[in-house]
Write a protein that binds this ligand. Structure first.
Ligand code: FDA
Length: 391
């Protein structure tokens, strides 16, 4: 078995495979190692099996990072258009679902197969554990299949989300070993949990989904919210979860900016005989309308304006404070990660140790829901893949 390479990529996920393919096409001798038995496990389960592989509109504002500017250079170097061109070249049919989000018409497996095809010429070794890494001009990796050496090392082992798919903190350990700091990792794009008094009414609505405007501070999303047996989920809640500090509250507007108070008072004048829950059901799913109407079965005419104003306030600004979240087991991504301060933004190379690269979710760049995390994986993988030199 050949043991000396221009570059070893650890992690055969989206970022690692793409980076390996880019480097191999530039003539580099590339080895990809993964402790799992199969590549691209998260790709296969992504987007409900259809992989939301990018978004038509991607900018730095769609990412969270201690340095919000860091991602700009890599994102500009490999854009959604570039990835779409690749997808089209491989004849993979796709569609826009909503909000610029592009999904395969068929299966996420097509994206993985495309990446593996791009990796023609790359040596792939699965079920390989890296025990130790040292550097003395070249990198030496002690692995479960013997030592390997390389001039360059790319760490593409992702974050801590979904440990049952093989997620580890390997990238953070390597970063610290070579003098990098790590922004504390935390679950992001994650369902929220609540104290028992909230869970009880949320549980009663489990399965109900409603379009909402959700906000925390200046951050605002308009997507759907889903009630669950444990609290809240759905795209709106996952998005806002990435921005919530522990103990922080957020607001839900079930009327999407329309003043609910005005709508209710107007209904009282125009349709005095209508039941409150019927009026509410014009804007809300029936079960949610019934929840807000409660046991009150009076006609609109019999409801005091003060009551309707207060109910309107709640419908526009329901303030909720989560008790926590469902953790890394359910988080779609990990926020935080290898600090970008000591990485070169154009290449994702270490400023402390040239030849060492960190890419993908391992880095402190976390995208919104909607194809942004894969676009970061492609863009950062491309940035490193282009920069790797056979020294
Ligand atoms: P990724 O986690 O994909 O790969 C890391 C690889 O490193 C894995 O193969 C792992 O086995 C390996 N590894 C880990 N530790 C190791 C070690 N110690 N030694 C060796 N190998 C090691 N994003 C998006 O844009 N659109 C979407 O539709 C979705 N959908 C989605 C659904 C679900 C359920 C999840 C959990 C996540 C998503 N995402 C997503 C997020 C997206 O999947 C994620 O951001 C990327 O896969 C990150 O790619 P990376 O290559 O950085 O890490």
């Amino acid at each position: 078995m050949k043991q000396d390479f221009d570059v070893v990529v650890v992690g055969a996920g989206a970022a690692g495979l793409f980076c390996a393919g880019v480097a191999a096409r530039r003539g580099q001798r590339v080895l990809v190692l993964d402790h799992g038995e199969e590549p691209g496990q998260k790709i296969l389960i992504s987007g409900g099996g259809r992989c939301n592989f990018t978004n038509m509109k991607v900018g730095a504002e769609n990412f969270i990072s201690a340095n919000p500017h860091f991602c700009k250079s890599a994102l500009a170097g490999f854009t959604p258009r570039d990835f779409i061109a690749l997808v089209e070249r491989y004849g993979i049919a796709y569609h826009e679902k909503t909000l610029g989000q592009l999904f395969c018409d068929g299966s996420a497996r097509q994206i993985l197969e495309m990446l593996l095809d791009l990796c023609a010429g790359v040596e792939l070794r699965f079920g390989t554990v890296v025990h130790e890494i040292s550097h003395d001009g070249t990198f030496v990796l002690e692995t479960s299949h013997g030592p390997v050496t390389a001039r360059n090392l790319v760490i593409a082992t992702g974050g801590l989300s979904i440990p049952k798919l093989g997620a580890t903190g390997f990238a953070y350990e390597v970063a610290k070993k070579f003098g990098h700091s790590v922004v504390p990792p935390r679950p992001a794009l994650v369902p929220l949990t609540f104290a028992p008094q909230d869970v009880s009414w949320m549980q009663a609505l489990a399965g109900v989904s409603a379009p909402v405007r959700i906000s925390a501070g200046k951050r605002r999303f308009e997507e759907s919210l889903l009630f669950t047996h444990r609290g809240l989920s759905g795209p709106a809640v996952l998005q806002i979860s990435s921005y919530l500090a522990p103990g922080a509250a957020f607001e839900v507007d079930f009327y999407l900016g329309l003043r609910a108070e005005d709508a209710l008072l107007d209904a009282k004048t125009r349709r005095p005989k209508a039941a409150l829950k019927t009026v509410l059901a014009e804007h809300l799913p029936a079960r949610l309308a019934a929840h807000f109407a409660g046991a009150d079965d009076r006609n609109m005419a019999d409801l005091p304006d003060k009551f309707l104003r207060s109910l309107g306030g709640q419908l526009n600004r329901l303030v909720l404070t989560p008790a926590g979240n469902e953790g890394f087991a359910k988080a779609e991504v990990t926020a935080g990660g290898v600090d970008t301060s000591d990485l070169v933004s154009k290449t994702c190379e270490s400023q402390k140790l040239p030849g060492l690269f960190f890419i993908g979710e391992a880095v402190d760049v976390t995208g919104w829901l909607g194809g942004y995390n894969f676009q970061w994986a492609w863009a950062s993988g491309h940035a490193a893949g282009q920069a790797i030199q056979a020294r």
